[in-house]
Design a protein around this ligand. Structure first.
Ligand code: FNR
Length: 356
């Protein structure tokens, strides 16, 4: 049996296999609208056989964008374009999900290929928001610390984003609580110096995420899975740790979260990260082993045998593919062949399917 190509069932959703396209910003939107690029890029990965295609970080409010070119889900008008994408992915036998995001103190930059620098309001940028008035690095603007009303508004923005995601036909929602963006900034003591009920103790630092989870879950029918991506460690003394992740996982499980997608890092500019093949898998493994919550493994997973081993050995339930899926949109079809799993190819491509 090839474990990677066993269906993955959560609530009322069946993924045809365990390969998920990791959310990846395309910086190809204007005013948050998806474009033909999204349809072709994401559609190709559904044609390529992925079980779930996760759309990039979609901002739940304009101030929550990393760049002016980010995908958004802050207005009802965004739904129609997204619906076109979810409809197409479904025709290919894939499922779709969207990552709801707020960039927090890392907002207001230009896109990587436009220089990736901070944008001042005069250059079309805006004032970033964060838990505390602490900049990510000297090159980053100092964010405005959110007040209670601002926090309530953020929760409401995620709620409305979740409602629109359901209207757009996504099977899965993933909340972005990783990589030093707003929810992660609240969670980590390195970026949160608040003295109110959203700072200080572990319970206080995860409060915003739990409020966002509750608001999101309330907008989702019971048959749709909710995933959360975290940075399972800050890789930095005094920061968020793997044990914090395990503790959080238990709370998320009780709150109706179905899978923890375990990435790491990016809340501070300098961290000691042992980057190498599958270097983050151990966090997915630890959370799954210690809590029983389903997990996703991501990060430098680039070949079929490696992905199969992760799922077969119970380290994670799904494998998320980032850059390898940009190099090869058909990675799942190629992996199936390599591992000897007989999967359906698109009818249009049937004559090209290699014999097992
Ligand atoms: C990313 N990544 C990312 N992560 C995330 O949670 N939301 C996002 O929108 C993005 N955007 C993004 C854009 C691009 C171009 C890249 C390359 C990466 C991180 C990505 O999902 C993944 O976690 C990492 O790339 C590590 O996995 P790989 O690439 O080693 O398979």
């Amino acid at each position: 049996m090839v474990h990677l190509f066993q269906p993955f069932i959560q609530r009322g959703v069946t993924l045809r296999n365990r390969l998920v396209i990791s959310p990846m910003c395309q910086y190809s939107s204007e005013n948050g609208f998806s474009t033909d690029w999204h349809l072709v890029h994401l559609g190709s990965r559904a044609v390529g056989g992925a079980g779930l295609v996760l759309l990039e970080a979609a901002a739940v409010t304009p101030a929550g964008r990393i760049t002016p070119d980010d995908l958004g889900i802050w207005q009802d008008e965004h739904v129609a374009g997204l619906r076109r994408i979810t409809d197409f992915i479904r025709t290919q036998g894939g499922a779709s999900g969207i990552q709801l995001a707020h960039a927090g103190r890392k907002a207001s930059h230009n896109s990587p290929w436009k220089g990736g620098k901070a944008l001042s309001p005069a250059e079309g940028g805006w004032l970033p928001l964060g838990p505390s008035a602490l900049a990510f690095s000297p090159e980053y603007p100092t964010p405005q610390a959110l007040d209670k009303a601002g926090i309530t508004q953020i929760v409401e923005d995620f709620r409305q984003g979740a409602r629109r995601a359901m209207e757009a036909g996504f099977e899965v929602i993933e909340l972005h609580a990783a990589h030093g963006y707003l929810l992660h900034e609240f969670m980590s003591p390195l970026s949160n110096e608040r003295t109110d009920e959203y700072g200080g103790s572990f319970e206080n630092r995860v409060r915003l995420l739990l409020e966002v989870v509750a608001a999101t879950r309330a907008e989702m029918p019971a048959d749709r899975p909710l995933w959360v991506r975290i940075s399972a460690t800050d890789w930095t003394e005094g920061g968020w740790t793997a044990d914090d992740s395990v503790r959080l996982a238990r709370l998320l499980q009780d709150a109706g979260v179905d899978l923890l997608d375990c990435s790491t890092a990016a809340n501070v500019p300098k961290a000691d990260i042992p980057v190498g093949p599958g270097y983050q898998v151990r966090f997915a493994e630890q959370v799954r082993r210690e809590t029983g919550l389903a997990t996703g493994a991501v990060g430098l997973i680039t070949d079929a045998q490696q992905a199969e081993e992760i799922v077969a050995s119970g380290k994670a339930d799904v494998v998320l593919l980032g850059r390898e899926s940009l190099r090869d949109a058909y990675f799942p079809l190629h992996a199936a062949h390599e591992l000897g799993a007989d999967v359906k190819w698109p009818e249009q491509y049937e004559r090209a399917k290699p014999k097992l």
